[in-house]
Design a protein around this ligand. Structure first.
Ligand SMILES: Cc1ncc(C[n+]2csc(CCOP(=O)(O)OP(=O)(O)O)c2C)c(N)n1
Ligand SMILES: [Mg+2]
Length: 892
């Protein structure tokens, strides 16, 4: 099907073709590939001029990109490397099989690593350079489901004990175990990158490679030739994130980036493209995007057959089969291969006449041939000016034979019977007897064995072991009181938004002598929305090529300044890409030993809602930094309507355990939170990160009312106590973000019109209150004999009289989360429902969160408590102009 070579034209004289081919060969020999290529280019251009249509294609024939004539010699000891690889294979299988013998259904994967073993082993023996004091090391994103193979190798290297392997997928066993997949949270000394949610790692790897360049261009780390390797599944490329940023990698000329796509043509359920060719499809996509593509399809055994194929028949045949047919060939006998592959043309059959059926069956694929893989990797690391993708053809479940090789069920295969184990043992020459085999023991050759020595020597040569994660960043030393104190004094009546306050804080941090250069502002084409354009000029927008044009606004103060050492990562409209930059910057303390401090500010609705899985991966990676949800609040962002107005993100932030979420109302709250975050993450080295919502509603920022820092950080503090009203009619009003102002207005209405004395609290973080509540409950449950601890929110409200009303610009469930720790029933007002294109006042009326509705809720609670008569509420509804028959915002 997808074949470069068209069907030969009727009546064409074959010798004419031959002449053309020979003359090209002679140019190649006499003048080299560059000249040959130039001539072909000229021919193509000339053809166009004289009106010849050449169909566009980004595909090349279905053969290895590197012909064996240009293949470098393999520098390793192939026999020994095969033995080592076989032992890794065995131990990887043993881990999964033993785990499932012990506990049915514990899971694990055999077939992914079985297909990728050669791809990894060539990397481990010859390419992956470890981090050393002198060299930053390569970074490798391992395919998540190949984890057993990576553990098995670390076991052979002596880095993991048999006991650890025994507890694969049983991390809670005494002494610990091994996590199912790469999880830095669970194995912080080993794994660096969580990769198992498919599609995340390709995108993260691209931005990692780009971030490495950013650090170099800004002079923050030395320029090196360190590589970023990302190993992916071919099925994984169906995730839109996988290919979503490949044009960026080419545009940025990231020749420090290498993708290795394990093209076993299968995913979980069956073939990736049964009716097509995934390799050809990927080749077009990557070549079209500007990548260097290296196909590794056929093993050494095919070289001589291809050499004999002077008519190009075999190449043509190779390109004809769809992947479903190729998969069938893999599980078939040599006789079947002869009949169904070569049998399509007697001349092809003639080509393979000298080969027995057994030899035909054993014709290896490129991805299982270390010589071919080595050639591809060498070419990739030497390639300049573009990222490289290696498309390596393999067999899923390679070596499993009847137990699953190439079968559709192989992904889920976790058990091998005794006979299957013996077959595997024999095929890979594992030195175990039949009886031993049945026990599936882990096998590590003696310390002084050739294998152990070779393996160690190779890794020593490459600087040490991979993967390995270590935290080496120097902690910040200053306390920054001076920097942040400026923001505690209020705006003296000037109306500013918390976003403007944030930009003020950021601007000041950027000027700090210690911290300034470490700050990484990240925006997805939204800087103007947040009033950050002044930073364009002051710190510049990062561009790897500087600025090749005079910007249209060069004559203005805040012109669009791109610079090679620009500090802002202006990512364009990609929250996923910006998040990947945030991850690279927020983990640089481990990856590079540099404490970069990312501030990623974005339209809050397009954060958690859109890229929550990246945020979850960031949490797993122990990321540090600040996520800022701008234009947040369902009724605070006016005009934008349903798809923009965010009343969700503070709720969506709840599940991420190491994320601290804040909804500050005032500039001083923001300053206190950021200062504390800097201290905790970059001085104390805590693996936490922050989500802070900032709004665009301007209002006067008050001065900090006394030292309420602790309350701000713990989640709530009393902002303004009641000053008048009837001491018998009491209320406690909780507000957050811009809605705090509504609570303050309600406080006045309640006092003036209804004689109710209400205190107003700023609740900066329901998540913090909730986390403290569940933690306190847990401790008390587990320590019955000791003095019970009191949750922070309970302590705050212990002596707070009257009814309780909470109003938020997020879902009502947010305040409701703390109900179990407060002394009485609480009325909650929130913004459940779809947003509307409207102004703030109308929105707050529609969602019933404005000062009138807060007043009404307080009166209603007082009535329920028997403190006021029902008619007071009825009158209040009329007085406040509330329409009782208005549509329900939740369902309309
Ligand atoms: C986002 C996501 N969706 C689904 C899965 C479940 N899953 C795990 S492996 C797999 C198939 C992988 O196929 P492929 O990428 O071709 O890798 P192979 O094992 O064949 O090398 C699937 C669907 C996942 N891990 N992540
Ligand atoms: Mg696959």
């Amino acid at each position: 099907m997808d074949n470069e070579l068209s069907v030969p034209l009727q009546g064409l004289d074959p010798s004419e073709i031959q002449e053309w081919l020979e003359s090209l060969d002679s140019v190649l020999q006499s003048s080299g590939p560059d000249v040959a290529s130039y001539i072909l280019e000229r021919l193509r251009a000339h053809a166009k001029v004289v009106g010849i249509e050449i169909p566009f294609t980004a595909k090349t024939p279905y053969v290895n990109t590197i012909p064996h004539s240009l293949q470098p010699a393999f520098p390793g000891d192939q026999q020994l490397e095969r033995r080592i690889k076989s032992l890794v294979r065995w131990n990887a299988i043993a881990m999964v099989v033993r785990a499932n013998r012990e506990e049915h259904n514990i899971g694990g994967h055999i077939s992914t690593y079985a297909s990728a073993a050669t791809l990894y082993e060539v990397g481990f023996n010859h390419f992956f350079r470890a981090r050393t004091p002198a060299f930053e090391g390569d970074t490798v994103y391992f395919q998540g489901h190949a984890a057993p193979g990576i553990y098995a190798r670390a076991f052979l290297e002596g880095r993991l004990s048999a006991a650890k392997l025994e507890n694969f997928r049983r991390e809670l066993k005494p002494g610990g175990g091994l996590s199912s997949y790469p999880h830095p949270w669970l194995m912080p000394d080993f794994w660096e990158f969580p990769t198992v949610s498919m599609g995340l790692s390709p995108l993260m790897a691209i931005y990692q490679a780009r971030y490495n360049r950013y650090l170099e261009d800004r002079g923050i780390k030395p320029v090196t030739d360190a590589k970023v390797w990302a190993f992916l599944g071919d099925g994984e490329t169906d995730e839109p994130e996988s290919l979503g940023a490949i044009t960026l990698a080419a545009r940025e000329k990231l020749d420090n980036l290498i993708f290795v796509i394990n093209c076993n043509l299968q995913r979980l359920d069956g073939p990736v493209r049964g009716n097509g060719q995934i390799i050809q499809e990927l080749e077009s996509a990557f070549r079209g995007a500007g990548w260097n593509v290296i196909k590794v399809l056929w093993g050494t055994e095919w070289d001589s057959i291809l050499d004999r194929d002077t008519e190009g028949l075999l190449v043509k045949r190779m390109g004809e089969l769809v992947d479903g047919e190729y998969q069938k060939l893999v599980v078939s006998s040599g006789a079947y291969v002869r009949e169904h592959f070569f049998g399509s043309d007697p001349r092809l059959l003639h080509l393979v006449e000298p080969l027995s059926d057994e030899e035909l069956r054993r014709l290896r694929l490129g991805g299982h041939d270390p010589r071919k893989v080595y050639a591809a990797y060498k070419s990739a690391v030497e390639h300049k000016g573009a990222p490289t993708v290696i498309l390596a053809r393999t067999i899923k479940g390679y070596g499993l034979g009847e137990a699953g090789e190439g079968k559709n069920v192989t992904h889920q295969q976790k058990k091998l019977n005794e006979e299957e184990l013996r077959e595997f043992r024999s095929r890979f020459d594992i030195p175990l007897t039949d009886e031993q085999c049945a026990e599936v023991p882990f096998y590590r050759p003696a310390e002084n064995s050739e294998e152990a020595q070779y393996l160690r020597a190779r890794r020593e040569e490459l600087g040490g072991y991979v993967p390995q994660r270590s935290v080496r960043a120097k902690p910040l030393v200053a306390d920054y009181d001076e920097l942040f104190n400026e923001f505690l004094t209020g705006s003296e009546g000037r109306e500013v938004s918390t976003t403007m306050a944030f930009v003020g804080i950021l601007r000041k941090m950027l000027r700090d002598p210690e911290m300034g250069k470490l700050i990484v502002p990240i925006v997805p084409d939204e800087a103007r929305t947040f009033g950050m354009e002044s930073l364009f000029r002051t710190v510049g927008i990062y561009s790897s090529v500087g600025q090749r044009y005079e910007p249209v606004d060069v004559n203005t103060l805040l012109y669009y300044k791109e610079a090679k050492d620009g500090q802002i990562l202006e990512e364009g409209i990609t929250e996923a890409g910006s998040m990947a930059s945030f991850i690279a910057a927020g983990t640089a303390y481990a990856t590079h030993g540099i404490n970069t401090i990312p501030f990623f500010i974005y339209y809050s609705m397009f954060g958690f809602q859109r890229i929550a899985d990246f945020i979850w991966a960031a949490a797993d990676m122990r990321v540090r930094g600040f996520l800022l949800g701008g234009t947040s609040g369902r009724t605070t962002l006016a005009g934008e309507g349903l798809q923009h107005q965010d009343g969700n993100s503070q709720v969506l932030a709840l599940p991420v355990p190491n994320l601290r979420a804040y909804d500050p109302a005032f500039a001083y709250e923001l300053a206190v939170i950021i200062q504390d975050g800097i201290r905790r993450m970059y001085k104390e080295g805590e693996s936490i990160f922050y989500y802070i919502t900032v709004m665009n509603e301007p209002y006067a920022m008050p001065e900090m009312p006394g030292d309420v820092r602790e309350g701000i950080l713990k989640g709530m503090y009393k902002f303004r106590a009641a000053t008048n009203g009837d001491p018998k009619l009491r209320a406690q009003l909780f507000g957050s973000g811009a809605i705090l102002n509504e609570a303050l207005r309600a406080q006045e209405i309640l006092a003036e019109k209804y004689g109710v004395a209400a205190d107003v609290w700023s609740v900066t973080s329901y998540k913090a209150l909730y986390s403290d509540g569940i933690e306190t409950d847990r401790w008390n449950r587990l320590h019955p004999g000791q003095n019970p601890r009191v949750p922070y929110v309970t302590a705050c409200l212990a002596d707070a009289p009257g009814v309780l009303v909470a109003a938020t610009d997020y879902l009502k469930t947010l305040p409701s989360m703390i109900s179990q720790w407060i002394p009485r029933r609480m009325a909650t007002l929130g913004t459940d429902g779809f947003g509307r294109s409207e102004g703030r006042a109308s929105l707050r009326d529609f969602f019933e969160v404005d000062s009138r509705f807060i007043t009404l809720a307080a009166l209603n609670e007082l009535c329920l408590d028997g403190k006021i008569e029902r008619y007071v509420i009825e009158k209040a509804i009329a007085d406040l102009g509330i329409n009782s028959e208005k549509p329900n915002p939740v369902t309309s």
